[in-house]
Design a protein around this ligand. Structure first.
Ligand code: 13P
Length: 251
């Protein structure tokens, strides 16, 4: 059985005060980690404060990291630092990073290797644009993203990775993929993992859906057999709606 995950991606939102208020509000409410993994991915300067105050069942994630261990990379954050301050997860290859910061598939691949080397659970994001979906090229596109991202990783490593399928046209648009669309593409990703690795890896890797997930649509999404949880932007900013998502994944 794959344990579901609800991961909030706060993106560039929340001051320190707001972040701490949020974590205090959810700490006692979050179900045990054997039922659902609850992750909050925040801006780098607040990560240590959140780790120090995380409730027993809450985990903290970063939204990005650099693929090199150290060096002259002004403004970047390293994997050893994230590990050192107690961060457990890191989002890799979010479409906003690919789009606005020119993150390539090669960089995403290097970051996955680096995250695993420093005991961080990577949440690898893949997903197609509207144009790609409308030209019926979603599977080819997502398949290439997966192959390039996982290059050189062994099956034991891939089992520990979390994948988030986030169609770009559904992010922040209020336009969520239908439950069937999300499940279908996630089933396809799972099948590709099976082809690249084996059926055991395919069955154990967790694949989330992301893109306008809200308390109103989470229940339907979670009922789909291949969807193991959600990576959530907007609806993760409010403690109450975030907890509604966590509860829905748990029930
Ligand atoms: P929204 O939930 O705001 O659409 O954002 C999705 C996302 O990009 C999570 O990483």
């Amino acid at each position: 059985m794959r344990i579901p995950i609800i991961a909030g991606n706060w993106k560039m939102h929340k001051t320190r005060d707001e972040a701490l208020q949020f974590i205090y509000a959810i700490n006692m409410e979050v179900p045990k980690r054997e039922y659902v993994e609850t992750v909050v991915c925040a801006q780098a300067p607040i990560l240590r404060d959140l780790v120090k105050r995380q409730g027993e069942n809450v985990r903290i994630g970063a939204q990005n990291m650099h693929q090199e261990t150290e060096g002259a990379y002004t403004g970047e954050v390293s994997a050893p630092l994230l590990e050192n301050i107690g961060v457990d997860y890191v989002i890799i290859g979010h479409s906003e990073r690919r789009q606005y910061f020119n993150e390539t598939d090669e960089a995403v691949n290097a970051k996955l290797h680096q995250a695993l080397r420093f005991n961080l659970v990577p949440i690898l994001c893949v997903g197609e644009s509207l144009e790609t979906r409308e030209s019926d090229a979603t599977e080819n596109y997502v398949s290439a993203q997966i192959e390039k991202a996982l290059m050189g990783l062994g099956k034991e490593q891939v089992k520990d990775i979390v994948i988030a399928y986030e169609p770009i046209w559904a992010i922040g648009t209020g336009k969520t993929a239908t439950n069937e669309q999300a499940n279908e593409t996630i089933a396809f990703i799972r099948k590709r993992i099976g082809e690249i690795y084996d059926s055991e890896t395919m069955e154990s890797v967790r694949i989330l859906y992301g893109g306008s997930v809200k308390p109103e649509n989470i229940v339907g999404l979670m009922k789909e057999p291949h969807i193991d949880g959600a990576l959530v932007g907007g609806a993760s900013l409010n403690a109450k709606s975030f907890m509604q998502l966590v509860d829905a994944a748990f029930n």
